[in-house]
Design a protein around this ligand. Structure first.
Ligand SMILES: [Zn+2]
Length: 499
């Protein structure tokens, strides 16, 4: 069995213990020993003096459902060895017989074409097990599950439909899916009543897995959205993970403290709740998420028909403007489908509106029509003090929430984990190195039931990262989002060197 001795590094164990100097020995796929060793004669020795040695990072909120299958390197470069996909209600299974329904629903997040879709969790997970870059875990997406049964229909479903979804979710969890996710700002999942979510979360609880939620609102109704999710966890007993917690828009920034108190109180009362966050003040999503839910019935075809109707368009315009918390100067176009609109990438909606001498909201609706909905945006969501509060909170894990786009991605796809260790921890001092590493290793491993990963501990999988704590950083910016990280020296997954 191949053995590697990491000699004389600073061991950051993932569990949160103070870093200490020592050796780490791996043998085959597992960690065989810590502290201080004579190098076994057959071992490769890596001199780690002056460097940090940590468990492989776990990105517990990734949208690389399709790209993990292509062994893309963007995450590995950051030291990520495990990814949890299937977030925000989007999973590439269970696929309906009419694949177009699933593609129209998810391609804005998956950056996919017309050539994907798996009938079951097992079929997808078998395929993902062949991925060589990262280990892949997957949540069953509520939106995908609903579409597989009911297409783009909105609102309450029949008992037969719900029972089918319950059964399919249960099978998927049995087949190895690590939990269930909702995306309650995306159609059609957003139209699900509380009772539907309750029925499905009971299944999650029964299987002892995790329920991760992109809640109904992060802006004006953030508090109500958090209340609903806590109530779901309280009633069903499922483990709850609130995805990318934040308060969107200056008028809502003061709400974050209140919702964190709600979460702390729930945790103190025995609810198994945690949340996660990415280390950037800007978010990223699809442009159509700015529209009211009622505009989205019937998928993209339904939306386009409504935008062609004068009265409907007027109503959508008014509702979109009323609910916008960020302001048009805080929304940038990140990607479009067509060639003719490529020049808009990187511009704000406000700037485009000025150029074209139209109202900003009209620009949004025009673009949705011209691009058939396939537009991604960056949005200035958060304040720095709020970001510091979530990143450093004991209940948080830190995630990338990264996804690929045909244009300029959010820099979190390239920079999240090194940025956390460099700018956020070393330079700003928001967290210690041990805390930062804990939030991207052992903590998410516990939240998502990932066994034997996330710690430097005997018998754990040999997912090991070596980095230079003085130079590690994620230099990718909004303007230059694909810059590679600095300071990551070695990445081992299951005992094999990946870079
Ligand atoms: Zn989300």
């Amino acid at each position: 069995m191949a053995r590697v001795l990491f000699r004389g590094g600073t061991l950051v164990d993932g569990a949160g213990a103070p870093p200490r100097c020592g050796d780490l020995l791996i043998s085959g796929e597992t960690i065989a020993g810590l502290d201080s060793f004579e190098a076994p004669a057959d071992a490769r020795v890596i001199d780690c003096r002056g460097l940090a040695v940590a468990p492989g990072f776990i990105d517990s909120h990734s949208h690389s459902d399709l790209q993990v299958l292509e062994n893309r390197r963007e995450k590995v470069w950051q030291g990520v060895t495990t990814e949890v996909v299937g977030n925000c209600g989007f999973s590439p299974y269970p696929a309906p017989s009419n694949l177009k329904l699933l593609h129209d629903f998810a391609n804005g997040i998956f950056c996919g074409n017309q050539d994907w879709g798996w009938p079951t969790a097992k079929a997808y997970l078998d395929r993902a097990a062949q991925a060589t870059a990262t280990a892949v875990l997957s949540l069953v997406g509520h939106g995908s599950l609903r579409i597989a049964r009911a297409g783009n229909r909105l609102g309450p479903l029949s008992k037969r439909d719900l029972d089918w979804m319950e059964q399919k979710l249960s099978e998927s969890l049995q087949e190895g899916a690590c939990g269930f996710s909702t995306g309650l700002m995306y159609s059609p999942g957003a139209s699900a009543p509380f009772e539907e979510l309750e029925q499905l979360c009971l299944v999650v609880a029964r299987h002892g897995k995790t329920y991760a939620t992109h809640m109904r609102d992060y802006g004006d109704y953030l508090a109500q959205a958090v209340d609903e999710q806590l109530e779901l966890a309280r009633r069903t007993g499922c483990r709850l993970q609130i995805s990318h917690l934040q308060a969107v828009g200056p008028r809502n920034w003061d709400k974050q403290g209140t919702v964190i108190e709600k979460i702390e109180r729930a945790a103190a009362n025995g609810i198994d709740v945690g949340f996660d966050c990415y280390p950037y003040t800007r978010g990223s999503t699809v442009l159509s998420q700015l529209l009211p839910q009622c505009a989205l019935e019937g998928g993209i075809d339904g939306l386009l028909a409504r935008l062609d109707d004068r009265a409907e368009r007027t109503r959508i315009t008014a509702e979109t403007e009323a609910s916008l918390a960020q302001g048009w100067a805080g929304i940038w176009i990140a990607s479009v489908e067509s060639q003719r609109n490529r020049s808009l990438i990187g511009k704000t909606v406000a700037a485009i509106a000025e150029e074209r001498a139209r109202e900003p909201v009209e620009i949004v609706l025009d673009l949705i029509q011209e691009e058939r909905g396939l537009v991604n945006i960056l949005e200035l969501n958060q304040s720095q003090p709020n970001l510091r509060q979530t990143l450093s909170h004991p209940l948080s894990s830190i995630i990338s929430d990264g996804f690929y786009v045909k244009g300029n991605p959010h820099p979190r796809l390239y920079g999240t984990f090194p940025l956390l260790l460099g700018e956020i921890s070393r330079e700003r001092g928001w967290l210690t190195l041990a805390e930062a590493v804990h939030k991207i290793t052992d903590k998410p491993a516990h939240r998502f039931g990932i066994a034997k990963r996330g710690r430097l501990q005997n018998g754990y999988f040999a997912d090991v990262i070596v980095f230079d704590p003085e130079t590690v950083n994620g230099p990718a910016t909004y303007e230059n989002p694909t810059l590679a990280p600095t300071g990551i020296r070695h990445v081992f997954r299951n005992g094999a060197e990946v870079i």
